[in-house]
Design a protein around this ligand. Structure first.
Ligand SMILES: [Zn+2]
Ligand SMILES: [Zn+2]
Length: 447
């Protein structure tokens, strides 16, 4: 096969998949993809491609105006019967109530789920389609996130943000005439989500060295390509330039494909996403609506780039690690876990002791040894993967994107907690995990 990095979107979604040098066959779940001006008019063709004759179309008040009307016109024009549902409220949360409502109103004579929306409704559609065992067609309304072509959904359960792996939409329609009119913050959120990808590739390669985690250079190269495409188009986003919106949307779809190919979110998310997850949890706990995912991720990326810049000036030191290992107090760790995560802490503590064992002194020393032995290579990876921090922040500022946690209402304490505890949320090796392994995390300044 040719290299994934050189393929067109059409070639990438070929149903037979791509046997890769990494040993896996990368297969997209997407059967139909249309990005561009007037794409929504291809809805009948998209439905046919996934074998659907009667879609269950759902939207909310905003997305109905943005794309629902045109979707209905396309269906009516082709004589396709469908069952519509519109959430009565303007803003829907991706939680158990929204999913329960969809279950209630779902018409079981329908043979596909047609979501008209961006992150929230696309994700709710994934849950419903997966439960029903039906294909999903996603009609996009904003270039705000990279989940249109991925199988994971970001849901809220019991006021806690969780990632659920469901089915990937089988068809995606992204009409740039619709997307370019989305609210400014949503137009920019996808860019924020994409800026994270440089950190993600960097941490992925480092984890491959330190923990032996699976890594695919082709998938990483695909992600770098989508990032380049998006940053080149970014300066024209605020003018709502159709070609720029198209480039960003293609980048977001490529990113979703890369996640599907790797079968994990690793190529798309790193420490910056853990800042975002932690800030979501804070907002939900305080009964507030979290800031948009991509906006938070952008802020998390700026912060992570600064952390990595400082990390590059340090060196692994065995005495520091030995001191950190001998002074580690599991009881104090548990207390901090409960303070930061509240009700969610017990499950995470249980996982650490029964599955992850990342705090085990022997495992920590073994990881440290690999960091020390490969430090030059780790520095080279940072040089290769990371953009210039000042340039990235300059680009964000020029687009009126928030850069610091305070600008989105996050306190220094919340940011510090998110940073220190990020390594405890999942068994994923992050920059914070490496700092902890080096004995440097607790004293690391975020100033
Ligand atoms: Zn591969
Ligand atoms: Zn994201």
């Amino acid at each position: 096969m040719g290299a994934l990095r050189d393929m067109t979107l059409g070639e990438l979604i070929a149903p037979e998949g791509h046997a890769c040098a990494c040993g896996r066959t990368h297969r997209a779940k997407l059967k139909y993809l249309m990005i561009g001006s007037g794409a929504i008019r291809f809805l009948p063709e998209a439905l046919k491609a996934v074998g659907c004759t009667r879609p269950f179309l759902f939207c909310d008040g905003n997305t109905y105006k943005a794309a629902g009307l045109e979707a209905e016109a396309a269906l009516n024009g082709a004589g396709i019967k469908y069952t519509p549902f519109q959430f009565p409220q303007g803003h829907v949360e991706p939680d158990e109530h929204a999913v329960a409502r969809l279950r209630e109103v779902f018409d079981s004579s329908c043979d596909c789920v047609l979501s008209v929306g961006s992150g929230v409704l696309t994700d709710c559609g994934k849950v419903l389609a997966y439960e029903r065992g039906l294909p999903q067609v996603a009609a996009a309304t904003a270039p705000s996130m990279d989940g249109y072509a991925s199988n994971s959904s970001s849901m809220i359960e019991n006021r806690v943000k969780v990632t659920r792996y469901n089915a990937c939409p089988q068809a995606v329609l992204a009409d740039t005439d619709i997307l370019k009119d989305s609210p400014e913050r949503m137009l920019l959120a996808g860019l924020g989500d994409m800026l994270a990808k440089s950190v993600a590739q960097c941490e992925w390669r480092i984890s491959h060295i330190v923990t032996g985690e699976y890594y695919c250079e082709e998938v990483a190269a695909l992600m770098r390509r989508s990032l380049l495409r998006i940053t080149a188009a970014a300066p024209r986003l605020l003018q709502r330039d159709g070609a720029a919106v198209e480039a960003v949307t293609e980048g977001l779809v490529l990113s979703g494909l890369a996640m599907t190919f790797a079968q994990v979110s690793r190529p798309a998310s790193g420490l910056e996403h853990y800042f975002s997850h932690a800030w979501d949890m804070c907002a939900l706990r305080d009964g507030k609506r979290p800031e948009l995912h991509g906006i938070q991720v952008g802020v998390g990326t700026a912060l992570t780039l600064k952390i990595l810049d400082r990390l590059r000036t340090l060196r692994p030191d065995e005495e520091t690690v030995k001191r950190a290992i001998s002074s580690f107090d599991p009881n104090a760790w548990e207390r901090e876990m409960r303070r930061v995560f509240g009700g969610a802490a017990e499950e995470l503590i249980r996982k650490e002791y029964s599955v992850w064992h990342k705090n085990d002194p022997g495992a920590r020393m073994a990881r440290f040894t690999r960091i020390r032995d490969h430090w030059d290579e780790i520095l080279r990876i940072m040089d290769e993967e990371l953009p210039d921090t000042a340039e990235t922040i300059g680009l964000m500022r020029s687009l009126r994107l928030p850069v610091s946690p305070r600008e989105i209402g996050i306190t220094d304490r919340q940011t510090r907690d998110a940073f220190i505890r990020s390594r405890d949320i999942r068994d994923k090796y992050l920059t914070s995990s490496m700092l902890w392994d080096m004995g440097l995390l607790d004293g690391f300044s975020l100033k």
